[in-house]
Design a protein around this ligand. Structure first.
Ligand SMILES: C[S@@+](CC[C@H](N)C(=O)[O-])C[C@H]1O[C@@H](n2cnc3c(N)ncnc32)[C@H](O)[C@@H]1O
Length: 137
């Protein structure tokens, strides 16, 4: 079944404890066409009802793979998984793994972050700023 709607509207239609596994790549707050960049706090707050909804529709034995990137502001890198972790923890999730995907500079520049934000921050081929991170919880 494929739903094409806002996540909160979709979650409202789903019964409790429906899923064994949820894999998601939510917006990263990096100013893509489908999102409006917010402060980190506002971005994280906006996800609180989503995380609660995911918890509700997940079976007690279930897992979430939460794929996020790095938010960059004023030449500082904020790895989003670090900020999401306590939100999941407060809901009773337990971290099982942290997967860091390392890939080339071009991908980050195009997909995640205006490259000018990284000028002076990222060295060519340094690993950190090019990582995408998945929390498995
Ligand atoms: C980081 S991208 C992930 C893209 C996906 N992994 C792919 O390969 O197409 C985030 C996705 O979330 C979608 N999105 C943004 N806000 C949403 C919302 N409120 N409900 C559902 N999806 C949303 C965007 O349209 C975008 O496709």
């Amino acid at each position: 079944m494929i739903f094409n709607d806002s996540i909160l509207d979709i979650l409202a239609q789903i019964e409790d404890s429906s899923f064994d596994c949820i894999i998601t790549s939510p917006p990263y707050n990096v100013g893509k066409d489908y999102e409006k960049t917010k402060s980190l706090n506002d971005y994280l707050s906006a996800f609180e009802p989503v995380l609660k909804g995911l918890k509700r529709v997940l079976k007690e034995s279930g897992s979430v793979a939460w794929q996020v990137g790095n938010f960059i502001k004023d030449k500082e890198v904020y790895p989003l998984d670090i900020y999401f972790y306590p939100l999941f923890k407060d809901l009773g999730f337990r971290l099982r793994n942290r997967i860091i995907w390392k890939f080339g500079l071009g991908n980050l520049g195009m997909a995640c972050t205006p490259s000018s934000d990284l000028a002076g921050v990222m060295k060519p081929y340094s690993g950190l700023a090019r990582a995408m991170i998945t929390l498995l919880i």
